[in-house]
Design a protein around this ligand. Structure first.
Ligand SMILES: Nc1ncnc2c1ncn2[C@@H]1O[C@H](COP(=O)(O)OP(=O)(O)OP(=O)(O)O)[C@@H](O)[C@H]1O
Ligand SMILES: [Mg+2]
Length: 226
């Protein structure tokens, strides 16, 4: 599959209903990502960043337009197809981490592999080391700081070598040194494994590492810089 972008959003709209009011979370958003590309979504709170990431991560469907991820049309795919796509091809770092509380760091990071019937303990421990949590591998999320939980979520998103990684504020809770280490890890991943990375961020360093920065306001793309 050469040539086709890994991720393609074509005039995408997503509305939410809030009581009587209709919120236009995304309006006419078009965006593509190739293998190995890092694109940053920036813009004020409420501009639609998480909404866009959820569509690319195949955890939500568009109301208008087309979202294609690894050749799968997110609007029309069956629930089973979306599950398979998420398990094999997508890594997601949620804004609120979503670690499983009764699993250790090591077990949380292994989870995407386990869900797909796979095991790779060396890869799991290597990633845990690379996010600086070697000494916390047997700890539970409740025993970790916010930044440590975030780094666990980053390791978990990468463990199954996804073709697409979607990360919502991946450095939001990190000091500048661990933030830089996480950016380096994501950057290395796209170079060594050719993953396409879509990140929502307020962090100028993350945006600085991106190939392209897409700026949203009120659900619309208002700026683009390379
Ligand atoms: N489940 C929902 N129901 C109703 N409205 C929603 C829902 N999720 C998001 N919205 C609204 O859609 C708009 C876009 O929200 P979104 O979460 O995508 O913003 P964001 O750019 O990620 O903001 P932040 O930087 O604060 O994370 C906002 O106006 C928000 O209130
Ligand atoms: Mg958000």
């Amino acid at each position: 599959m050469t040539g086709a972008p890994v991720v393609e959003l074509d005039r995408v709209g997503r509305n939410y209903r809030r009581g009587d009011e209709e919120v236009h979370a995304l309006v006419d958003l078009s965006l593509t990502l190739d293998s190995g590309e890092l694109v940053a979504l920036v813009g004020p709170s409420g501009c639609g960043k998480s909404t866009a990431l959820n569509l690319v991560a195949a955890v939500d469907r568009p109301d208008r337009g087309r979202v294609t991820v690894c050749g799968v049309d997110i609007a029309t795919a069956s629930e089973n197809e979306l599950v398979a796509l998420r398990r094999r091809s997508i890594g997601m770092v949620f804004q609120a981490f979503h670690l499983v509380p009764h699993l250790t760091v090591e077990e949380n990071v292994s989870l995407p592999l386990a869900l797909d019937g796979r095991r790779d303990p060396d890869r799991v421990l290597d990633l845990i080391d690379r996010v600086g949590l070697g000494h916390r591998a047997r700890h539970y999320p409740s025993e970790l700081s916010g930044g440590e939980q975030q780094r666990t979520a980053v390791a978990r998103a990468l463990v199954h070598r996804p073709r697409v990684v979607v990360a919502d504020e991946p450095t939001g809770n990190l000091d500048s040194r661990t933030g830089a280490a996480v950016i380096e890890l994501l950057d290395e991943l796209r170079r060594s494994e050719g993953a396409a990375l879509l990140l929502a961020t307020h962090d100028a360093r993350v945006a600085g590492a991106a190939d392209r920065v897409c700026e949203l306001a009120d659900g619309r793309l208002v700026g683009r810089r390379s």
